[in-house]
Design a protein around this ligand. Structure first.
Ligand code: NAD
Length: 473
């Protein structure tokens, strides 16, 4: 049984109490992690606060070099980190279309390297006989990162590297379902960064809640569900913490009738089912024109029937299990409601009879907006395909959802697709692709999918406040 400690002020810390981490492919415990409490929150915040003045004054070059050193540490330990990610999250080592632990750790390295190279310029907005006015970007202080279970290491990296790069100190609180790869990263990082600059505490929601209410934390960067995001926003108000909230999505993909079904079906399938649909910006509502509806339904369903589901540690596996039993129950409940709503099941529909938390890749036709499987984010391997007749109507229907993370238009007419994509109410709109995120392009949600963006210079700025410096002449 692997054991994992917390890291506070550069030291391994135990609490005297542990909780189990389950491998969802087997349903068995594979690791134990410390159960932190409020006292650990307090000591981690105190360590990060004490480290902040010196860290924020390190030179830009020094912080850039240390971020590159973190990327190298990830790279040197890639096989071990990949195995931890697969054991805790269930995602296969390689995975459907290359979306697996290799992508998670590889992406973590790429994002770290890219962010290390970013620089926040000083903006000179006036320099004349009267005055010189410069706009500087300053770090906020102590940043707390709270992460979910679907891309545990990569999302931690997305939070922490820009925070460090811009001169903040950090405290991380990973999901109790998937803490191990993130803890191992912090163990490695603690040997590279000065004491107190990076800290990690583990525990349940009460630890996250104590962090978001702590008056010595200056910013919360949170990725997770919309209800938890709302709770965090409330408890962050005490000292007006800055917030980046990356919340749930229910992304629509709209296929125009000019596409060739055989050309796009596989790409659409991948956009919906990679990581078992457990990706915030996976395609979760697929709208297809009536002229191609049956053909598309059949093509997607036949891919769902063929995909190799199993324990992600075994070679050739494309999809793993649902990450946890609670999420599996949500997926099952949505499948039941889809049956009650008259959904036509073209593939899958139930749990797979084996150990672990497996659900068949499931495709459901003949549902429409207003049905639960269409309106709610399933965050699992179940896809509704919805028939439409009029493109203006379908855009309006897609926009009725209260989430607005991503959306896509699929068409051979790029100009028309771009025009329609801009009418989608979402933070990222793709043409002939979906969920295609990258380190240089801002990513974030509108409506109840979140506040703020991550990635690139836009994302880096969110870890800073503006100081206007005016020199009168
Ligand atoms: P969750 O909201 O249940 O938990 C996320 C984290 O918040 C965990 O670490 C949890 O321990 C912590 N937490 C729970 N209660 C808390 C509280 N009161 N205060 C502070 N922290 C608390 O989410 P999840 O089930 O782990 O993740 C799935 C959800 O995340 C889905 O809705 C998905 O769409 C969303 N997600 C969004 C993005 C994005 O970029 N927008 C990315 C990945 C996942």
């Amino acid at each position: 049984m692997q054991q994992f400690d917390m890291y506070i002020n550069g030291e391994a810390v135990t609490s005297g109490k542990v909780f189990d981490v389950i491998n969802p492919a087997t349903g068995s415990v594979f690791a134990q992690v410390q159960e932190g409490d409020i006292s650990h929150v307090d000591s981690a915040v105190a360590a990060a606060r004490a480290a902040f003045p010196a860290w924020s004054r390190t030179s830009d070059d020094e912080r850039k070099a240390l971020c590159h050193a973190l990327a190298s540490a990830l790279e040197e330990n890639m096989p071990e980190l990949m195995e931890l990610v697969t054991k805790e999250s269930g995602k296969p080592m390689a995975g459907l279309n290359g979306v697996g632990s290799g992508m998670e750790v590889g992406g973590s390295i790429a994002w770290t390297q890219y962010t290390a190279e970013l620089q926040l310029p000083i903006d000179i907005i006036q320099d004349d006989d009267e005055a010189r006015i410069e706009v500087h970007r300053k770090p906020l202080g102590v940043v707390a990162s709270i992460t979910p279970w679907n891309w545990p290491l990569m999302i931690s990296i997305w939070h922490v590297i820009p925070a460090l790069r811009s001169g903040n100190t950090v405290i991380m609180k990973p999901s109790p379902y998937t803490p191990t790869a993130t803890i191992r990263f912090v163990e490695l990082a603690s040997k590279i960064l000065p004491a107190g600059v990076i800290n990690i505490i583990t525990g349940e929601g009460d630890v996250g809640s104590a962090l978001s209410g702590h008056t010595d934390v200056n910013k919360i960067v949170f990725t997770g569900s919309t209800p938890t995001g709302k709770r965090i926003m409330q408890s962050a108000s005490g000292n007006l913490k800055r917030l980046t909230l990356e919340l749930g999505g229910n992304d629509a993909g709209i296929v125009l009738p000019d596409v060739s079904v055989s050309e796009v079906a596989e790409k659409l399938f991948w956009a919906c089912f990679h990581n078992n649909g457990q990706t915030c910006a996976a395609l979760k509502r697929l709208y297809v024109h009536e002229s191609q509806y049956e053909e598309m339904c059949e093509a997607i369903a036949s891919l769902a029937k063929k995909v190799v589901v199993g324990n992600g540690l075994e070679p050739g596996v494309e999809l793993g299990p649902v990450q946890n039993i609670e999420q599996l129950k949500i997926v099952e409940a949505l499948a039941t409601s889809a049956k009650e709503d008259g959904g036509r099941f073209l593939a899958g529909g139930q749990r797979i009879d084996r150990e672990g938390f497996f659900f068949e890749p499931t495709v459901v036709a003949d549902l429409c907006d207003g049905h639960r499987l269409v309106d709610e984010e399933p965050f699992g391997p179940i896809l509704p395909i919805i028939k439409y007749t009029d493109v203006d109507e379908v855009i309006a229907t897609a926009n009725q959802n209260d989430r607005g993370l991503g959306g896509s238009i699929w068409s051979n007419d790029t100009e028309k697709a771009m025009e329609l994509a801009q009418r989608l109410e979402c933070g990222s709109a793709w043409v002939n692709d979906h969920g295609a995120i990258q380190p240089n392009a801002p990513f974030g949600g509108v409506k109840q999918s979140g506040i703020g963006v991550e990635f690139g210079l836009y994302g880096l700025e969110e870890y800073t406040s503006i100081q206007t410096l005016k020199v009168s002449k």
